[in-house]
Design a protein around this ligand. Structure first.
Ligand SMILES: Cc1cc2nc3c(=O)[nH]c(=O)nc-3n(C[C@H](O)[C@H](O)[C@H](O)COP(=O)(O)O)c2cc1C
Length: 321
């Protein structure tokens, strides 16, 4: 077992947090991760209050938290109040200004986790009062930016050591096995966020066709793009784009966003239908480079047990052999 400041602060068995993947990390997955000894977070994403309520119900009595896309939350802040009223295990904010929400989370006595993509944003999140900073590298699946996990995590570790030593640090982006967890701890993190690895779990809300395509893919086949947000009509602000598994759609439109905008609703409907039906040739699975490290879709509890045992063995000197 790996004990860290994160496991002690949250009463966890393992220093592992489920990424609050919008529409993918539902109540069943969040509960499975919490029951396995990690911290399960529902992917509240764009703030659909009914969907979030349904997922808290699906989590039953497992202690789970909830994540939000912060710039979107700014348009519907009542969704945050509804979640805080449920006494979530934590609130995870990413992609936008934290400061307008931090006080409400703190006043509710709920731990605030802020995911950042730069050292500068980490400093702002510390100032806002985040208990946990998640340093997310661009290898990550889903939205993010360009810095790499390998350099961002130790740079933020140094920042925290100098300015806010009680603030915890978690690494995200490209971590999918025991090697990644062990490495993240060596870089100065207190734990890891797992996105792509748990996207490919039995409990994730992912169509089977998407999962099959992703499991057959390598990390080479993912890319960061804006085309997938443009086709969905999502107005993501800079600097964030999204890492997905590439396909004919991204081959055609990644470098022609104006053309995609002109292509109209037919292209959008086609993408959405392919995505919903799990046809990865049409709708891009949202996964990171770590997809190349994943060979199976198993229950989340098994994934966490295997990954943490592997990391513990490595940290115990197994890396020497
Ligand atoms: C399918 C998917 C959806 C995601 N949705 C969100 C989200 O809604 N909010 C968020 O803060 N992060 C989201 N992320 C990013 C994760 O929080 C995390 O940083 C990332 O998954 C870590 O990298 P990894 O995928 O290599 O594990 C998403 C990631 C994936 C793969």
């Amino acid at each position: 077992m790996i004990e860290t400041r994160l496991t002690r602060a949250f009463g966890l068995e393992h220093p592992v947090i489920l990424a609050p993947m919008a529409g993918v990390a539902g109540g069943a997955l969040a509960a499975a991760v919490s029951r396995a000894g990690g911290l399960g977070l529902i992917g509240g994403g764009y703030g659909d209050a009914d969907w979030i309520a349904g997922q808290f119900a699906a989590a039953g009595n497992a202690p789970v938290g909830c994540g939000f896309i912060t710039w979107k939350l700014a348009g519907a802040p009542e969704v945050l109040d509804a979640v805080l009223a449920r006494r979530p295990r934590a609130v995870f904010l990413s992609f936008g200004e934290v400061e307008p929400f931090a006080e409400r989370v703190r006043a509710a006595g709920v731990p605030l986790i802020c995911q950042v993509q730069t050292r500068a944003a980490a400093a702002v999140a510390v100032e806002a009062g985040a208990e946990v900073i998640v340093a997310q590298g661009g290898e990550a699946g889903g939205h993010g930016a360009s810095r790499a996990t390998m350099t961002l995590v130790p740079e933020v570790a140094d920042l925290l050591a100098g300015q806010s030593p009680d603030t915890l640090l978690v690494a995200a982006g490209g971590i999918a096995d025991g090697r990644g967890l062990a490495a993240a701890l060596m870089l100065g993190a207190d734990g890891v966020v797992l996105g792509t690895r748990l996207w490919a779990s039995a409990e994730a809300l992912v169509p089977e066709g998407q999962a099959r395509a992703a499991l057959a893919a390598t990390g080479d086949q993912t890319l960061r793009t804006r085309s997938v947000d443009v086709v969905r009509g999502l107005d993501w602000p800079a600097p964030w784009d999204i890492r997905v598994l590439g396909n004919d759609f991204t081959d055609r439109w990644h470098s022609d966003l104006d053309g995609l905008r002109r292509a109209g609703p037919g292209e959008a409907a086609r993408w959405q239908q392919g995505f919903a039906e799990g046809d990865a040739r049409v709708g891009n699975p949202v996964v990171g480079e770590a997809v190349g490290l994943i060979a199976d879709r198993r229950p989340a509890g098994e994934i966490i047990a295997g990954l943490t045992a592997e990391a513990a063995a490595l940290l115990d000197g197994g890396w020497r052999t």
